[in-house]
Design a protein around this ligand. Sequence first.
Ligand SMILES: [Zn+2]
Length: 319
Amino acid sequence: MLFASLLLADCLTLGADASAQTTPPVAPRHVVAITFDDLPYVNEGAKTPVQAAVAAQHRIVQALRCGHVPATGFVNEDKVQALGPVGSRLLAEWNKGLLALGNHGYSHFDSNDLDVAGIEREIVKGEATIRPMAATAERGISFFRFPYNHVGDTEARRAAIGQVLAAHGYTLAASTIDTSDYMFNTAYEHAFAARQTAEMKRITRAYLDYSRTQIAYYDQLDRKVVGRDVPAIMLLHVNRLNAATIKPLLELFRSAGYRFVSLAEAQADPVYSAMPSVATKYGPMWGYRWARERHVKIDGRLEQEPPAWISAAVGDAAK
Ligand SMILES: [Zn+2]
């Protein structure tokens, strides 16, 4: 009850500042599906920060609900367990309305390092909380997203992964826009721990600028490779930075002429009908995979890197 009334109050507040900040409406020309990985919460430290997880989930879920934005949240079961009963309470918010649960494996495993039986164990153990939870709402779990987007470093593993997913009734979740949000978040967490509020603001601004650049970059990449506009799929993580920036992030899409759709609606486009057909040990966005499949020459150096001072801050945080 309390949560519901808070939701309503925050939606009203959102409406109030939205009228002040929102750019003039643009008739939507593109569609994007919003996805979050590493639910319930990315933990950067040794101790699981229950309060931070609750606060981040609250902000993200509210922004999505108030904005009527469909989204899919990909869950690591070990992160649910680390939060105790709070973990599944947070996930319940993703099991209703326009939000949906997806499987991201039991642990944040790297499929390049596991044999097929190990990959299958990760998929099945990853369902422990989400599969029964979805069933209570008469829902299924349709999508699996591999950690690091590693979907087969060799042809044999790539083919086996396709078979395992099919055997368990999953569609492979694609991703088309990457903003290296985990790097910006590491820098942001570091500044947060040191109570450097000016630095946190600077990182937030750089992150939103970089996100705007990447949304435009991947739009032109996909269009060049596929020869038409394709539904975009935004890859984000549930972390402190995205909790702080979710409203302006969504606004970036709106002002660039995007309308929000579910992952299922985005992936109904025929461009997503087949698994990636080229093996790679890396986790490139789908535009780069399509380029290899279609023999379209792409100069990856045209993609901007995050600012050097962000990379440096990530290096400092690791010390
Ligand atoms: Zn992940």
